[in-house]
Design a protein around this ligand. Structure first.
Ligand code: MIC
Ligand code: SF4
Length: 650
């Protein structure tokens, strides 16, 4: 029986466990990446492990999230990361050089390699045939130290692409279509592998848009074959030497198959407040007053849609036009390389003449770092997430669209179908890109490492205190939330809160602010507490702060209907017990304020069976499950991955 492409790469990298469906496997990690918002914590953890030089083939630290320096905090974090990187063998991409995923694809990614990154959109690398997975900072720190990265051998879903995209229909529409089929939890525990003759019609940037937003399916990762188009992209980057052809075996067997005919797709949008709330533009406009949805803002950029290919289309649509007077249009090119090439070919001038507001090559508005919309504003964004409050304006209505829809709408002033623009020219990418790595600082030679001081600012605090799992647990349900709670609910981002990413006591004050502002104070006063939630709890970002803030506030267990993958792992890494209701109906029997208890907790976790939770307030009990590998059990029992790693290093 043949192997899928994902399985081939996973198999070649399995260094621990049994290579069987559903079992936990430990992967050798070739490359790692961090960004600044998760990176400070990852390097604090790396340092706490006492490892000298990184053991990976390539580790890169990017500054792209916290680039708005409205106080000393972010600049201090940049300086800290730069110095840690230099000391420990890590390449450092300076602020202004671009968004981690875009730059990694351009300058470091390589087909057939494994990459983990402390950012959920790391699967962007699947666009050139990598197994690229988003993980918590602590997992990345362990991988930098040469430790394996553990995943459950996933199911492999084959998305078979046929046909060819029609003019003005975009790669974004492919992933929006898949989100409408599978939903935001349809990819949990799965790798999405693209095959079929439609693959060859898509360029690397288009493939990367699709694998990037596979994160919104909850998938472990997504991957495209490495073919002649991959080779051409790497050649244009001056890196053809890393190219290898890669594809699934002819007789590969998949767990599920989804067929998408590219020719049948049309421009779509994900409506508020979820990436899978997908509708056609026609449907959205038909429901709006006067048959047209008026818009207030358009933002083009983010790691999903900020390549040169995207920018050339935007420039073409804006040529000779002016942005509608009621609309604010911002453009953030994905990297210095993209921006330089836009300047070189005149696209930048066209975009600026049309009245776009040029932002630096960084995450910017995607993570609420500026450009929050007006009250109840309607914002079209080429980004990947439209969770409530993420834009920085609580009542904003954010729609996720392709760059083509975004640009056409910015001119029209309402949600506009770009197919109305008529014929589409062929957008041809240059054979050679403008490569200049002067904003990437190499690490110091290992022999100089001892002489390099790590520069810490006053906002950089230690990892929160941990303790081994207690014998018994008795705590109040301090918060009960519903389904699809995102990490943006648990640990919001935005320009005010992000600078606190390296200070857990300070950032914890904002934990669950979107749901209940009084939670942090209550939880701290209680000393220990339990959070109860619905299904797909913790979807979205990889930020381990969504586990570290609860850890600091004394949350001992989270009981939900189901978890998103990265967040569940982050809870285990932080030593917080992740429990799932065996009977979903039991969720309804728990109220906020109930006192819950688990007797013989350590014993029950060790035994691995269902765990009984008593609701002392209601005089009832219910069963929960806590399916853990032996390794995860050991991590939880000793109080989290940091303690486990320290203990096992000795
Ligand atoms: C995001 O898109 O939500 C982020 C900000 O890039 C996060 C990482 C973070 O919270 O720092 C992610 O996707 O993992
Ligand atoms: Fe940055 Fe947005 Fe991409 Fe996250 S999704 S890495 S915030 S651009």
């Amino acid at each position: 029986m043949g192997l899928t492409l994902a399985e081939k790469i996973l198999k070649a990298h399995t260094v621990d466990g049994v290579f069987e469906k559903g079992r936990e496997i430990g992967l050798k990690i070739d490359q790692t990446l961090t960004q600044d918002a998760t990176g400070t914590m990852a390097y604090i953890e790396f340092e706490a492990m006492g490892i000298g030089q990184v053991k990976t083939e390539k580790s890169v630290a990017y500054i792209d999230h916290n680039t708005l320096q409205s106080g000393f905090e972010n600049a201090d974090d940049h300086r800290f990361i730069a110095s840690v990187a230099k000391k420990h063998g890590i390449w450092y991409s300076r602020p202004g050089n671009g968004i981690c995923h875009q730059v990694h694809l351009e300058r470091f990614g390589a087909p057939g390699k494994t990459l983990i990154g402390s950012d959920s959109h790391t699967p962007t690398g699947g666009g050139i045939g990598m197994i690229a997975i988003g993980a918590g900072g602590l997992d990345v720190a362990v991988a930098m130290g040469g430790g394996a990265y553990y995943i459950t051998y996933p199911k492999i879903v084959n998305v078979k692409l046929s046909g060819k995209l029609s003019p003005w229909v975009s790669a974004k529409d492919v992933i929006l279509k898949l989100l409408s089929i599978l939903s935001v939890k349809g990819g949990v525990g799965k790798i999405i592998e693209y095959t079929g003759e439609g693959v060859g019609t898509l360029s690397v940037p288009e493939r990367a848009t699709i694998t990037n937003m596979g994160a919104e399916l909850g998938a472990t990762t997504s991957i495209f074959p490495s073919d002649e188009r991959t080779r051409a992209f790497l050649r244009a980057e001056g890196r053809e030497d890393v190219w290898v052809p890669l594809a699934a075996d002819e007789d590969a067997v998949y767990d599920e198959v989804v067929a998408i005919d590219l020719s049948s797709l049309e421009p779509m949008a994900a409506c508020p407040h979820s990436p899978d709330n997908v509708k056609t533009l026609g449907e959205i406009n038909a429901a709006a007053e006067g048959g047209r949805m008026k818009i207030d803002q358009v933002c083009i950029g983010s790691c999903t849609n900020s390549s040169l290919a995207d920018m050339l289309k935007v420039a073409y649509i804006l040529r000779g036009k002016t942005v509608h007077p009621d609309v604010s249009l911002s453009v953030s090119p994905g990297s210095k390389q993209v921006l330089t090439m836009m300047a070189g070919c005149g696209a930048l001038e066209t975009i600026l003449s049309a009245g776009a507001r040029l932002l630096e090559s960084a995450c910017g508005p995607c993570i609420g770092m500026g450009q929050s919309p007006n009250s109840a504003g309607i914002s079209l964004r080429t980004f990947n997430r439209n969770f409530e409050g993420r834009s920085g304006t609580k009542d904003a209505r954010v729609y996720l669209v392709s760059p083509e829809v975004a640009a056409a709408s910015a001119v029209a002033g309402y949600l506009c179908d770009p197919r109305a623009l008529g014929d589409m020219p062929a957008f041809v990418l240059p054979e050679q890109f403008t490569v200049n790595d002067n904003m990437i600082t190499p690490p110091a030679p290992p022999k100089e490492a001892d002489s390099i001081a790590v520069l810490r600012g006053p906002n950089i605090r230690e990892y929160p205190k941990t303790a081994p799992l207690a014998d018994h647990l008795r705590a109040e349900c301090a918060l009960k939330v519903g389904d699809n709670i995102t990490t943006d609910h648990i640990m919001p981002a935005g320009a005010k809160i992000l600078p606190l990413r390296s200070n857990i006591p300070a950032i914890s004050k904002h934990c669950f602010a979107v749901c209940d502002e009084s939670f942090p104070e209550r939880a701290l006063a209680l000393g220990q507490s339990i959070v109860v939630g619905g299904s797909n709890y913790g979807q979205g970002s990889s930020r381990e702060h969504a586990a570290l803030a609860p850890l600091y506030l004394g949350v001992k267990a989270v009981i939900v209907k189901s978890f998103a993958r990265i967040h569940r792992q982050n809870l285990i890494n932080a030593g917080i017990l992740p429990l799932e209701f065996v009977e979903e109906a039991d969720y309804d029997t728990v109220s906020q304020g109930d006192i819950l208890a688990v007797e013989d907790l350590r014993e029950q976790v060790e035994a691995g069976g269902p765990i009984t939770v008593k609701n002392l307030t209601k005089g009832k009990s219910f069963e929960t499950k806590c399916e853990l590998s032996e390794r995860m059990r050991a991590i939880l029992l000793c109080g989290g991955l940091l303690d486990y790693t320290k203990a096992n290093l000795k």
